[in-house]
Ligand binder design. Structure first.
Ligand SMILES: Nc1nc2c(c(=O)[nH]1)N[C@H]1C(S)=C(S)[C@@H](COP(=O)(O)O)O[C@H]1N2
Ligand SMILES: [Mo]
Length: 203
């Protein structure tokens, strides 16, 4: 589906951010091994600066019963390849924020995956109406390589900001850098501004 207009880059389209080229197919890209899914041990947690002061935990079954929606969006890897037109289905971050509200002082979130991979986001980026905790792609469950059972999709940021094998959202009252942000990558990661590296953060 194509949408014309100035918000064209906000939906899945053939338009790519500067310096990106289209990948062939949908290659798998991540650091480290693919974790094994153990349904009885799996849960999704929201912790840190919650409004209630307590953490929220969903089992796999409970999580699967939460409201879900479809978002069409691209993945832009900061190494320069993009894959486009992904039809994601999952829990909107806005719904998670209602189910597990952050404390008023919360300004950032840390998205945590298996094995400690993490990515920090401004609360406003996490709260985008297009941010999704995706469980499905193209009408099918995510594959293990692409993040089963849940991955975070933040369409307006480079895709390292979207952990596959997501396990927790931590609300933070101050910013803290995640895995790639600590290793020379940009703290915000807007692909339309080519915010790839931390040395670009000066201004
Ligand atoms: N848990 C985890 N999630 C991750 C990564 C990772 O190393 N570990 N890599 C990120 C990066 S850099 C990219 S480009 C995308 C790639 O997702 P894909 O393999 O589905 O295209 O996953 C992101 N999510
Ligand atoms: Mo990437």
């Amino acid at each position: 589906m194509r949408y014309a207009g100035k918000d064209d880059h906000l939906v899945g389209s053939d338009m790519l951010p500067p310096g990106q080229r289209k990948a062939h197919g949908w290659p798998v890209s991540h650091y480290g091994p693919v974790p094994r899914f153990r349904p009885e041990r799996w849960n999704l947690k929201v912790f840190g600066a919650t409004a209630s002061g307590t953490e929220h935990v969903w089992s796999f079954e409970e999580f699967a019963a939460l409201p879900r929606t479809t978002v069409v969006a691209d993945l832009h890897c900061a190494s320069g390849t993009s894959t486009t037109g992904h039809e994601w289905f999952g829990l909107p971050a806005t719904a998670l924020l209602e189910l597990a509200p952050p404390a008023p002082q919360a300004t950032h979130v840390m998205a945590w995956a298996e094995y400690g991979y993490n990515a920090n986001l401004r609360l406003a980026d996490f709260a985008s109406p297009r941010t999704l905790l995706a469980t499905h792609h193209g009408g099918q469950h995510l594959t293990a390589e692409h993040g089963f059972p849940v991955r975070l999709v933040v369409p307006h940021l480079y895709s390292w900001k979207g952990p596959k094998w997501l396990r927790a959202i931590e609300y933070m009252t101050a910013d803290r850098r995640g895995f790639w942000e600590e290793r020379g990558h940009h703290n915000i990661a807007d692909p339309w501004k080519e915010q790839r590296y931390s040395y670009q953060e000066e201004d």
